[in-house]
Design a protein around this ligand. Structure first.
Ligand code: CO
Length: 377
């Protein structure tokens, strides 16, 4: 039906099936991973309105500023109409054209569409109820095809090489942001197009903060250093964490490290067991519990202060989540992190994060870097 390269047409058809079943009138995407997933259009959000409208039935349309038209035309290669607007025009008129005439039912709006853009187009749908697009697209994006998993494996092979370079580079006296800059460059040198998020480098007491803002603290002998980083390979993200010990770790550091390592393994094993025999599967919350139980057994339960994992793909964080309350099974095609951690306030933290893809044979780790205690002498 659509002359799309790759499988964009197939993905759109699947989204339309979901929309039809759930009664949505259309799906409105802004510049985002969703837009790329369905159309191949890659654009950066700014104050100018850029949308793709996918109606529940019929052809999609893109509404873009004239100045982005030629690049976008290359990317979509004539697969569907491109409506360009000049700066002196009101793009909302084009949105009216693109929206199906008798649009009834909720409008699914990209979760990350800027509020200013949603407010601009809301008058086009005077009666509509708006819902997050994730309700339509997550059920598709959660299941990666072989090509997507292959790209993510490449992104994670690069992450493994970067971690090895970090191990060789890291030393007392270096600043957190200096190592972060080294990591950014290393990902590009290892074949990635970009980093998938700003590296988290958290040293000494800063490592007790899971999403520490990398700063100018200098590493000291005896520090634990949490390094959480990833690269982008053809749009797909990697995301790995290792914790390095500068010097000899004391008994408590080693006990905490061991507990986190066991928690990582416990969640992985639990998912694997779900695939044995009757293939009943393991849910997101069961995987979370397996990791949490291992940490609780070691006596650090209150210091594991976040969920066990998140899905990953075109976005670093996406469905499914390994968290209490998610009873959905982790099924073949899903790719997510297992990243338990223990954070002792004012002292140190440890996190070990791997990315796991569920295949028809069970879970496999996409990254292979050692999970053993990493002492830097
Ligand atoms: Co992560």
């Amino acid at each position: 039906m659509y002359k799309m390269k790759n499988n964009y047409g197939e993905r759109i058809a699947k989204a339309q099936k979901v929309m039809e079943r759930e009664g949505y009138s259309c799906l409105i995407l802004g510049p985002s991973a969703n837009m790329y997933y369905f159309t191949g259009l890659k654009t950066t959000p700014d104050e100018r309105l850029q949308l793709v409208v996918i109606p529940a039935a019929g052809e999609p349309a893109a509404i873009l500023p004239e100045m982005y038209q030629s690049k976008a035309a290359e990317q979509i290669a004539g697969s569907f109409p491109l409506l360009a607007w000049a700066d002196q025009q009101d793009p909302v008129d084009l949105v009216k054209e693109a929206v199906p005439r008798k649009a009834e039912g909720p409008v699914a709006v990209d979760d990350t569409l800027w509020a200013s853009h949603l407010l601009q187009i809301m008058p086009v749908f005077p009666e509509a109820i708006f819902r997050p697009a994730s309700r339509v697209v997550d059920s598709l994006r959660m299941f990666k095809d072989e090509e997507e998993i292959a790209l993510m494996a490449r992104a994670h092979a690069a992450a493994d090489r970067v971690l090895e370079r970090v191990r060789q580079e890291i030393r007392p006296g270096m600043e957190e942001r200096e190592l972060a800059f080294f990591i950014e460059t290393a990902y590009r040198e290892e074949g990635c197009d970009d980093i998938s998020f700003k590296p988290i480098v958290a040293s000494g007491p800063n490592s007790a903060s899971p999403h520490h803002q990398t700063g100018n603290r200098k590493f000291q002998a005896g520090d634990m250093v949490v390094v959480d980083c990833g690269g982008l390979f053809q749009g797909y993200c990697s995301d790995v964490t290792r914790t390095f010990c500068l010097g000899d770790g004391d008994a408590e550091i080693k006990a905490v490290y061991q507990a986190v390592k066991e928690a990582n393994e416990a969640a992985f094993q639990r998912i694997g067991e779900g695939y044995a025999g009757e293939k009943a599967g393991c849910s997101g919350e069961e995987a979370d519990r397996a990791a949490r139980e291992a940490i609780t057994r070691a006596g650090y339960g209150p210091y594991f202060i976040h969920r066990t994992g998140h899905g990953i793909g075109l976005d670093v964080h996406e469905a499914p989540y390994l968290v209490e309350g998610n009873g959905e099974k982790l099924l073949p095609g899903m790719v997510f992190s297992i990243e338990p951690g223990i954070y002792l306030p004012g002292r140190f933290g440890v996190r070990i994060e791997d990315i796991v893809a569920v295949t028809s044979q069970g879970p496999v780790r996409l990254n292979r870097y050692s999970r053993d205690f990493l002492e830097i002498q």
